[in-house]
Design a protein around this ligand. Structure first.
Ligand code: NAD
Length: 503
């Protein structure tokens, strides 16, 4: 069966109207072979606005539904995702080019966040605070915000929606999702799964959780719409620079989850076997197309000549192939632009004196329309040239270091601040790395790679990564508004700070 037919078949099984896959103006390719697998329609600005109005009406009903009952909808979504994990995981492989275990892993992440949000629906609690006035009580209450707009990137075509939607819905918001224009089909599949959960739930207001297919122009309609209270936007720093100020201009909230330029430090005492495996997954996994991919490595001079040859061996031996027909570990780049960015970065690294192993285009099953590349290790004398930018491709730059503090400084000397790791068995190095003067990233790990975060922790990064947090810990607070309430149950009306105003 052709990939196009497989896609149609999977979508049909999930309940997507397959008529929507033909006749539209947006061509959808599979990066696995480069062939066009659907032509879907882009939503017009009027359609997007009407959908937002409807979501706003739905919000007014949903905010009054008790939170544990709202959690029931998220529970049902998790159940449907469990039932359809294989189909959705396969669609992720088709549309984003992920290897099967990563496609399925992405769906598992959606299931995990649903479980988390169900528990959360009974824990949306605030503090009770001591007051300075007699017979008074002060407390915090948390309320939903309104319509939450979700913008997602191609490389996590389904999980990012779930991270946001599961929390936003449990918190009492309505959601509206603009997936990447490179991956609209998996989003249509998610909507069909959501619709099944909504049908089982029974009495959710119409328009509560929907999606629309659009490019950045359609995204801007949502960003500028006065009824959208919060936009959670995942994508490049370039996108964040456009979306962030537009939201700030109308005082809307934002959660920005932007690019990363993640690094690791390998110290003299490191368990090198563990380090090589973590680096290999971090840098080559998902063909280097994770926001948390390992892109820069600082290796202590005493172990450099042991570690780097091991890494090169791993790179030379890694299997590259079509994730739909092989069990290769490295799949394709998403498209021609990604390939050209990889080639440009390697050329710049070479010009800056870098020594490159790998990086060449690989012919996989004669798929001329697909972009398969051998991951590259680039030895650099100093941190320079393309190392300061995120290139969304499997390129790992390696630099030797002498002094641990210098390594931390080099790690922090880039715009992005998403994920970081240190490999060491030395407690001083580990704790320094995690301290206020250590890694400046939102994620700092010891003896664990930069990618593959669990949903229990808050996810996000600093500086040009945007500062947003999603997923676990108290990230739910970003989807709610806080009210401070003071109640006087006495017979006097004392003013705070001893102020008197007797009339
Ligand atoms: P992208 O910035 O090209 O697109 C991301 C999304 O933003 C798409 O849906 C796109 O249509 C939309 N968009 C772009 N400009 C817009 C605008 N002006 N207004 C509204 N919407 C707009 O990113 P991509 O190529 O799809 O994804 C790769 C990037 O995403 C990388 O930089 C990666 O690091 C980042 N990313 C970050 C995280 C994170 O959690 N920090 C997660 C995944 C990906």
């Amino acid at each position: 069966m052709s990939v196009k037919d497989q896609t149609k078949d999977l979508l049909q099984k999930l309940g997507v109207d397959v008529a929507a896959l033909e006749g539209g103006d947006l061509a959808v390719n599979t990066p696995t072979t480069g062939e066009v697998i659907a032509n879907v329609k882009l939503a017009s600005a009027d359609q997007i606005s009407a959908q937002i109005d409807k979501a706003h009406d739905a919000f007014k009903v949903w905010r009054k539904v008790p939170a544990p009952r709202r959690g029931e909808l998220v529970r049902l979504l998790g159940e449907e995702l469990r039932l359809h994990k294989d189909e959705l995981g396969r669609l992720v492989s088709i549309e984003a080019g992920k290897i099967p275990s990563e496609g399925l892993g992405e769906v598992q992440e959606m299931i995990d966040i649903c479980d988390f949000a169900v528990g959360l629906s009974r824990q949306l609690y605030g503090l009770t605070i001591a007051t300075e006035r007699a017979d008074h009580r002060m407390m915090e209450t948390w309320h939903p915000l309104g319509v939450v707009g979700i913008i997602s990137a191609f490389n996590f075509p389904v999980a990012v929606w779930a991270w946001n939607a599961a929390l936003a819905l449990a918190c009492g918001n309505a959601t509206i999702w603009k997936p990447s224009e490179k991956t609209p089909l998996t989003a249509m599949a998610c909507q069909a799964i959501m619709d099944k959960a909504l049908a089982k739930f029974g009495d959710a207001p119409e328009g509560l959780a929907t999606m629309f297919v659009a490019d950045r122009v359609g995204g801007e309609v949502m960003v500028d719409h006065e009824k959208v209270a919060l936009v959670s936007a995942t994508g490049s720093t370039r996108m964040g620079r456009e979306v962030g100020p537009r939201l700030a201009k109308r005082f809307a909230r934002s959660i920005l989850e932007l690019g990363g330029n993640n690094a690791g430090i390998v110290c003299p005492s490191a368990d090198l076997d563990m380090a090589v495996r973590a680096i290999a997954f971090g840098a080559m996994g998902t063909a280097g197309q994770r926001c948390t991919s390992t892109r820069r490595l600082f290796v202590h001079e005493s172990i450099y000549d042991t570690l780097v040859p091991q890494l090169k061996k791993a790179y030379e031996g890694v299997s590259i192939g079509n994730p739909l027909t092989s069990d290769a570990l490295v799949g394709p780049l998403i498209d021609k632009d990604a390939a050209s960015n990889m080639e440009k970065a390697l050329a710049a690294a070479k010009a800056a004196g870098g020594k490159i192993v790998g990086g060449e285009r690989v012919d996989v099953e004669g798929n001329e329309g697909a972009y398969y590349y051998r991951p590259a290790v680039v030895e650099m004398q100093t941190q320079s040239g393309p190392m300061f930018e995120e290139t969304f491709a499997p390129i790992l730059y390696v630099v030797k270091y002498t002094d641990f503090d210098d390594a931390i400084e080099m790690q922090n000397a880039v715009g992005a601040g998403l994920s970081s790791m240190v490999f060491t068995l030395n407690v001083r190095e580990a704790e320094n790395f995690l301290s206020a003067s250590g890694s400046d990233c939102g994620i700092a790990n010891v003896n664990i790679g930069t990618s593959g975060a669990e949903i229990g922790g808050a996810f996000g990064g600093e500086k040009e990564t945007g500062g947003g947090r999603e997923s676990g810990s108290d990230a739910w607070k970003g989807y709610m508004r806080r009210a401070t309430n003071t109640v006087n149950y006495g017979t006097e009306l004392p003013l705070a700070q001893g102020v008197s105003f007797d009339i």
